[in-house]
Design a protein around this ligand. Structure first.
Ligand SMILES: [Ca+2]
Ligand SMILES: [Ca+2]
Length: 296
């Protein structure tokens, strides 16, 4: 479905301008996991681009579905992965735990409209990020809207918000409210059994919660993981070109950035600008969504 003027204007998400120039990306703090390949810190040169101020919301994604009749991969499969404390589904829909990550439960009937299972709905969550969308679903949205997924270099530069070498989009202040200010939606308590939700949210939060960064982006870290365009490789930085790097030519998993409401220092210390994760392009889960960039 070629993007036309109508679908372009239908992408009604505020834009943030990221100036072109030379930036440094990668983990300067030593907090990264070696297997994630967050180092070395290295320069990248990017052309100017515009990026969504927020992840794509449920209301925005529903405009795409209403216009196209698109069915997501989770809808076609008939199941998706829901965090165990959030499952809201008839007993017969609840499958087994996912191997190695038993806090993820395969739930029949879970999809973007019913994020916790068949007993759940989007009531009250129009402004929350859409979840249970695969990388392939995100690309289908982009094709309709005349948009692209950010490269992970674009994503990280945008998340840094103009700060140099900072751990978080806001700098180095603690995320956890030590100073009385909550800065992102992550996990408080004992993972994976008890979430105190001291930051206000046990699952997704509205996309404009907390405060935007220096470029005007909201919640790059925390809330939901965000799909990027690149294939993942732990050694991708070793051979990346300087100018507008687009990731490895091939791979089996796509990059995810920014961490989610499940992140916690003891389990997933990935609510940082430089943190990287990945999953296969047909995977969907209740803590991953996406934001888009203008096409170059
Ligand atoms: Ca939270
Ligand atoms: Ca995020």
């Amino acid at each position: 479905m070629p993007p036309d003027a109508e679908s372009r204007s239908a992408h009604a998400i505020e834009q943030c301008l990221v100036p072109g120039g030379r930036f440094r990306i990668g983990d300067a703090s030593g907090d990264g996991l070696p297997a994630d390949g967050e180092t070395p810190v290295h320069p990248v040169e990017l052309d100017e681009f515009e990026i969504d101020a927020t992840p794509v919301t449920n209301s925005q994604f529903s405009r795409f579905v209403d216009a196209t009749g698109y069915a997501t991969e989770a809808e076609r499969l008939g199941a998706s992965a829901v965090f165990h404390l959030l499952v809201d589904a008839p007993t017969g829909d609840i499958g087994g735990p996912v191997p190695r990550t038993p806090w993820w439960i395969t739930v029949r009937g879970a999809d973007w409209r019913r994020p916790e299972g068949r007993a759940s709905s989007l009531a009250g969550r129009a402004s929350h990020p859409v979840v249970h969308v695969t990388w392939n679903d995100a690309l289908a949205y982009c094709a309709w809207a005349g948009r692209s997924l950010p490269t992970e270099a674009q994503w990280e530069v945008a998340s840094r918000g103009g700060l140099v070498g900072a751990t978080f989009p806001w700098g180095e202040e603690p995320i956890d409210g030590d100073d009385g200010v909550w800065r992102a939606n992550v996990w408080q308590g004992t993972f994976p059994a008890h979430n105190t939700a001291a930051d206000g949210w046990i699952g997704t939060a509205p996309v404009r919660s907390y405060a935007p960064n220096g470029y005007g982006l909201w919640q790059t870290v925390g809330n939901v993981w965000e799909w990027c365009a690149d294939w993942f490789a732990a050694d991708a930085y070793e051979s990346a070109p300087l100018h507008d790097p687009a990731g490895p030519a091939q791979g089996s998993e796509r990059v995810l950035r920014g961490g989610s409401y499940l992140c916690h220092p003891s389990y997933c210390n990935r609510y940082r600008n430089s943190a990287r994760s990945r999953n296969t392009p047909d995977s969907s889960m209740g803590n991953a969504g996406f934001r888009t960039v203008s096409q170059g």
